[in-house]
Design a protein around this ligand. Structure first.
Ligand code: COA
Length: 331
C-alpha cells in the first residue's frame, strides 16, 4: 500500500472585488451587520466575459502543477468538486481536462458542496494508495454569484457566498508523509436546509415562466439550522480524525476549516482550544467559496509560510446535504 501527499497547491480568484459597502448599494444591509455575523469584509465575483468554473480551475491547476513540478502529461486522473458547473451536464471535469489538453484520462465530478474538496481529496487518496494512479489533480471551483438573490429578500445568503477556485496535485508518497486519513459523512434529512431547488429534473415541466419568476432558482438557506449543526459536526469529525491517528488537538500545527463563516470557525477553534496562530482563515477577503474555500486557504497558508514540512494539518468542512468531512495530513 502506498501513501499519498499534496505535492502542490494553487488557487485563482476573479479580479472583481465586491466590498460590503458595494452590497449596501444594492440591498438593505450594512458593513457592520455582515462583519459581525460572518466576518466577511469583501469577496470576489466572476467576470461573465472572462471567467468560467472550468477556466478558473485550470488556472489554479496550472499553479499547483508548477509548484509541485508536475508536468501536465503526468496527471493520471481528475476529480472536480463543484456545485456550480458550467453546464447542466456534462460536469466541469471534462471541460478542464480539455483545456489542459489531457483528453483521454478519467475525469470525475463531485457535488458535495462545501465538503466537496475533502470528498474529492479522499477519492484521490484511495486511487493513489491502491497504486491505480500516481498523480491525481483535485480541484474545487465555484461561481456562486450568478445564483444569488442580490435583493434584500436574499441578503442573509447573498452576502456570504462567492466565487473562486483551488487545486491540488495528489501524488504517491514514498516516505510515509502525506494524507493520514479522511472521514466522510452525510445526513440527507437536512437536504432542504441549504439548497438550490431548480432546475430540478423531477418536475413535469423543468422550466416555465412561473418557475423562472419564482424563488426556487436562488440559493435557499436556513442560517440558524446550518450554524447549529455545523458547530457540532465540525468538532465531531475533527475528533474522529485525531482519534483515528492517535492524536489530540494540541498536536495540530495548522487547522484550516472550510471558510463557511468566521463565527463558525471561531466557535470550533474555541471548542478545540487552539491558539490563533494554529488556525488559518481568509473568509474576510473571499467570502464562502464552497468547494473552493479549503484549497484557496491551503494555497494562501502555504504562500504565507504558515505550513511547513512535517506539520500536522487538519482540514474540516460542513455544508449542504448536510455533509461534513475531515482530513489529517502530515505535510
Ligand atoms: N444585512 C442586514 N440584516 C440582515 C441580513 C443582512 N445581510 N441578513 C439577515 N438580516 C436580518 C434578518 O432579516 C433579521 O431581521 P429581523 O430580526 O428584522 O427579522 C435579522 O437580521 C436576524 O436574522 P437571522 O437570520 O436570525 O440572523 P442570524 O444572527 O441567524 O445570522 C446568518 C444569519 C446567516 C449570518 C447566520 O444564521 C449564520 O451564520 N448561519 C450559518 C451560515 C453559514 O455558515 N452558511 C454556510 C454554510 S457552508
Amino acid at each position: 500500500m502506498y501513501t499519498s501527499k499534496i505535492a502542490g497547491i494553487g488557487h485563482y480568484v476573479p479580479e472583481k472585488v465586491v466590498t460590503n459597502n458595494d452590497l449596501e448599494k444594492i440591498m438593505d444591509t450594512t458593513n457592520e451587520w455582515i462583519v459581525e455575523r460572518t466576518g466577511i469584509e469583501q469577496r470576489r465575483w466572476f467576470n461573465p466575459d472572462e471567467d468560467t468554473v472550468s477556466n478558473m480551475a485550470t488556472k489554479a491547476a496550472r499553479m499547483a502543477m508548477e509548484r509541485s513540478q508536475t508536468k501536465v502529461e503526468e496527471i493520471d486522473f481528475i476529480v472536480f468538486a463543484t456545485i456550480t458547473p458550467d453546464y447542466f451536464f456534462p460536469g466541469s471535469g471534462v471541460l478542464m481536462q480539455r483545456e489542459l489538453g489531457l483528453q483521454g484520462i478519467g475525469a470525475l465530478d463531485i457535488r458535495n458542496a462545501c465538503s466537496g474538496f475533502i470528498y474529492a481529496l479522499s477519492i484521490a487518496d484511495q486511487f493513489v494508495k491502491t497504486g491505480m494512479y500516481k498523480n491525481v489533480l483535485v480541484v474545487g471551483a465555484e461561481i456562486q454569484s450568478s445564483a444569488l438573490d442580490k435583493s434584500t429578500a436574499g441578503r442573509s445568503s447573498s452576502v456570504i457566498f462567492a466565487d473562486g477556485a483551488g487545486a491540488a496535485i495528489i501524488t504517491r508518497s514514498e516516505n510515509g508523509k502525506g494524507i493520514l486519513s479522511t472521514h466522510l459523512h452525510a445526513d440527507g434529512d437536512f437536504a432542504e436546509e441549504l439548497y438550490v431547488k431548480d432546475p430540478g429534473s423531477s418536475r413535469k415541466v423543468r422550466l416555465s415562466q412561473e418557475l423562472i419568476e419564482g424563488p426556487t432558482f436562488n440559493l435557499t438557506m436556513n442560517g440558524n439550522a446550518v450554524f447549529k449543526h455545523a458547530v457540532v459536526r465540525f468538532s465531531e469529525v475533527i475528533q474522529e480524525a485525531l482519534q483515528h491517528n492517535g492524536h489530540s488537538p494540541e498536536d495540530i500545527d495548522l487547522f484550516i476549516p472550510h471558510q463557511a463563516n468566521l463565527r463558525i470557525s471561531n466557535f470550533v477553534q474555541k471548542q478545540m482550544n487552539l491558539p490563533d496562530e494554529k488556525v488559518f482563515n481568509n473568509i474576510m477577503h473571499y467570502g464562502n467559496t464552497t468547494a473552493a474555500s479549503i484549497p484557496i486557504a491551503i494555497s494562501e497558508a502555504w504562500e504565507k509560510e504558515k505550513l511547513k514540512e512535517g506539520d500536522l494539518l487538519c482540514l474540516a468542512a460542513f455544508g449542504s446535504g448536510f455533509t461534513w468531512a475531515s482530513a489529517l495530513i502530515r505535510w
